[in-house]
Design a protein around this ligand. Structure first.
Ligand code: FMN
Length: 190
């Protein structure tokens, strides 16, 4: 699939279920493959990914609900829990700090680059999953859930949570988007 087609198909899918159109190991392979392919500044490989599946998926979203003590509607949390899994995106602070020490001139840039590289990875996996016929959305319950997520997945303190991407079988398509006058945002000069 061309990159344009792939990005065209990627949408925010809130209506997802546990019936994946492909085998779970194909999903895992795709996520691993994309994590290896997506670049990072100085090739620092700062991104970390945890894929919650099966019972861990349910435990994750129940934990998010509990941490927010009822401030996020149960139905909303359940719409994410209804998915087959969730990709959790982190960067490793230890990696970033080691590059900050090594290349002191750029020290302030490394956390920014780690976030940018993570965004590249998030989009790649979001689109890559859609190519497999899987719908996903991007959620941000961090930093409120950081401690709980670390505990649930036995992660080191150096893992900084950036985003959560619940995914699953597509139970409903989002509304079509309006075509944009892109000349307002893209300027061409010769
Ligand atoms: C960096 C970023 C952060 C986002 N955060 C959230 C979020 O916290 N919750 C959510 O429901 N959608 C979130 N979204 C999804 C956007 O609202 C959505 O991508 C946008 O409205 C365009 O719709 P589309 O994804 O269907 O093309 C986020 C998207 C991006 C790129």
């Amino acid at each position: 699939m061309s990159i344009v087609k792939s990005l065209e198909k990627r949408r925010t899918y809130y209506n997802i279920n546990k019936e994946l159109p492909v085998r779970e190991d194909e999903v895992i392979e795709r996520i691993q493959e994309l994590t290896e392919l997506v670049p990072d500044a100085f090739n620092m490989k700062s991104a970390r990914v945890v894929v919650a599946l099966g019972e861990k998926q349910n435990q994750l979203w129940d934990a998010v609900y509990d941490v927010f003590e009822g401030q996020v509607a149960r139905e909303k949390i359940d719409s994410f829990k209804a998915g087959a899994g969730t990709v959790l995106y982190f960067y490793d602070k230890n990696v970033v700090e080691s590059f900050q020490k090594q290349f002191a001139f750029y020290a302030d840039n490394f956390p920014v680059w780690a976030n940018q590289a993570n965004g590249m990875l998030q989009l790649s996996i979001w689109s890559g999953l859609r190519e497999l016929g899987i719908g996903a959305s991007l959620q941000h319950y961090n930093p409120v859930i950081d401690g709980k997520v670390r505990e649930l997945f036995s992660l080191p303190d150096s893992y900084i949570l950036l985003a959560q991407m619940p995914f699953g079988g597509i139970a409903g398509e989002p509304d079509a988007k309006e075509k944009e006058d892109i000349s307002k945002r893209v300027k061409i000069e010769k």
